[in-house]
Every structure is written in structure tokens, then in C-alpha cells.
Design a binder for this molecule. Structure first.
Ligand code: HEC
Length: 147
């Protein structure tokens, strides 16, 4: 069961920004450099995103259970600086959405008595950026919402 789950995670990770992955493939084939492993390497940004996903899954659980919220995870701020798979994506839209997202995430910690509302708004901010930048993980991100 664990193995199946792991496979599923790997599959969903590798297909996260499907369009991009295909483009890379084509470019790679054309240039004939044959650096096959390069495509599977996760960018700094992709790793940060996966970390933020896990952190927010745990935060979600704490909110649902009514546990203490703790402190804003400062590594989230790396969203402003991490290297992306495609640096052209780091445009004005991305920067604005990143700032919105950080503000929304910080509010959860600043006003923990309304943690659920703030948390769902932070997830909205994830989705808003993803609708434009990286459609693949949206279904996964939406699972974070607290109903
Ligand atoms: C400002 C825009 C933006 C925000 C906000 C954002 N993301 Fe992302 N996300 C991206 C981009 C761009 C990528 C692709 C990164 C790359 O390939 O280098 C990505 C990739 C991902 C991935 C796939 C990583 C992989 O394995 O390839 C996941 C999962 C993810 N984001 C989850 C989240 C979650 C959860 C949140 C909110 C807590 C979030 N994202 C907020 C832009 C954003």
C-alpha cells in the first residue's frame, strides 16, 4: 500500500506542470544533448512547493484538531528567491501572487482565532497563482481546503 502511494506521489509530481515537461522533452530531443536526467531534477522552487504542501497539510490538521498554530514557517519566504524550472515564469504576475500568498499565510499565525478562514484564503492564493502558472497540482492543492 505504501509503495502504491509513493508511486502515485511520484507520478503526480512528475506530471505537475505537464505542458512544460513536454516542451522540455522536445527541446532536449532537438538539441540532441541527451541530458535525460536533467528533466527529472526538481527545481529549488518545486522542492519548496512540495515542502509548503506538506507543511500546510500538517497545519491543516492542527487547525482541524484545534491544536496550537505555532509560528509562521520562515522558509516560505524563499518563494521570492528560489530558482524555477523556467525562470521566465518569475514575472510580475508571479511576484505579485507570491506576495499575496505570503500575506495570506502570515495572517493565519497573526490571527489564530480565525485560523480556518485565513487558512482557506491562503489556499485560494496557492490556487490563484497556479491557475496561471502551473495547472497540474491544482486538484491536489484543493484537497487542503478545510470544509
Ligand atoms: C506565486 C505563485 C505560486 C504560489 C503562490 C504557489 N505556487 Fe506552487 N508552483 C508555482 C510554480 C511556478 C511552480 C512550478 C515550479 C517549478 O517547476 O520550478 C509550482 C509548483 C508546485 C507544485 C509542484 C512541485 C513539483 O513537484 O514539481 C506543488 C505541489 C505546488 N506548487 C503546491 C503549492 C501550494 C500547496 C501552494 C500554497 C501553499 C503553492 N503551490 C503556492 C507557483 C506558485
Amino acid at each position: 500500500m505504501k509503495k502504491i502511494l509513493l508511486l502515485f506521489i511520484i507520478a503526480s509530481v512528475s506530471f505537475s506542470c505537464i505542458k512544460k515537461a513536454e516542451e522540455t522533452n522536445v527541446a532536449e530531443e532537438k538539441s540532441g544533448t541527451g541530458k535525460e536526467f536533467e528533466m527529472y531534477k526538481m527545481s529549488e522552487m518545486a522542492m519548496l512547493m512540495e515542502q509548503m504542501y506538506v507543511d500546510n497539510e500538517q497545519l491543516r490538521q492542527r487547525i482541524v484538531n484545534g491544536d496550537t498554530i505555532g509560528k509562521f514557517p520562515n522558509h516560505f519566504l524563499k518563494i521570492h528567491k528560489s530558482v524555477m524550472t523556467d525562470e521566465q515564469e518569475n514575472d510580475a504576475f508571479f511576484k505579485l501572487q507570491a506576495a499575496n500568498f505570503i500575506n495570506a499565510q502570515e495572517l493565519i499565525y497573526e490571527d489564530p482565532s480565525n485560523a480556518k478562514e485565513h487558512f482557506n484564503k491562503a489556499v485560494d492564493a496557492c490556487v490563484q497563482c497556479h491557475e496561471v502558472k502551473c495547472g497540474g497540482p491544482i486538484q491536489r492543492i484543493k484537497k487542503l481546503y478545510i470544509k
